[in-house]
Design a protein around this ligand. Structure first.
Ligand code: HEM
Length: 161
């Protein structure tokens, strides 16, 4: 049975579904790259979105290659168009974001980044998600490896479900 959307999720409803597309990435400490991405936002009737993202290296011919970053978490709308997001990474990093939702656009800043002792040094993150026409665009800036907050990845995705 399809659960009814919790009313608190209304401002985030535009994210619901499955998205596929491609993006670009880089950082001062690494070579730049292209990647393919699948994002899924679902709900179970409770007042949060269930989120997951998978990515793969994209070669010059547009073929998907080795898996790159994956992440999973929950998006928790709060009063006054605020949102809390928890994200877990297989790299030993956990991020807690706080942000705002307005007009099919979400802006997030990390409140806390926690790392295991073997994780790379990630200090802070900033994310933007928004509709570009019918597409979902998103961009992630990070402060990591001793560098100031700057772009790491961005992508544009089409809704496939
Ligand atoms: C679409 C999402 C992402 C993709 C496709 C992606 C891809 C990559 C690639 C290809 C590299 C270089 C090779 C490697 O070290 O594995 C890299 C490095 C890195 N990424 Fe990401 N990444 C993504 C998201 C993130 C996020 C969310 C974080 C932090 C929470 C992050 C933190 C890092 C760090 C710390 C490095 C190492 C840089 C260095 O060694 O100097 N990445 N990423």
């Amino acid at each position: 049975m399809k659960p009814e959307l919790h009313p608190d999720l209304k401002p985030l409803e535009f994210l619901l579904g499955e998205w596929e597309g491609a993006g670009v990435g880089g950082y001062p400490t690494i070579d730049s790259f292209r990647f393919g991405q699948e994002i899924s936002f679902t709900h179970n009737g409770k007042p949060f979105l269930i989120y997951s993202s998978r990515t793969w290296l994209l070669d010059e011919d547009g073929n998907l290659g080795q898996p790159l970053a994956v992440e999973t978490g929950y998006w928790r709308p709060q009063p006054n168009n605020e949102v809390e997001v928890t994200l877990a990474h297989p790299t030993g990093v956990v991020e807690i974001y706080i942000g705002t939702v307005a007009f099919n656009r979400v802006e997030l800043r990390t409140d806390v980044v926690a790392r295991t002792s073997s994780a790379k040094e990630v200090a802070a993150g900033h994310r933007l998600y928004g509709l570009i026409g019918e597409d979902l665009g998103w961009a992630y800036d990070m402060a990591a490896m001793g560098q100031s907050l700057q772009s790491h990845v961005s992508a544009q995705l089409k809704r496939v479900r």
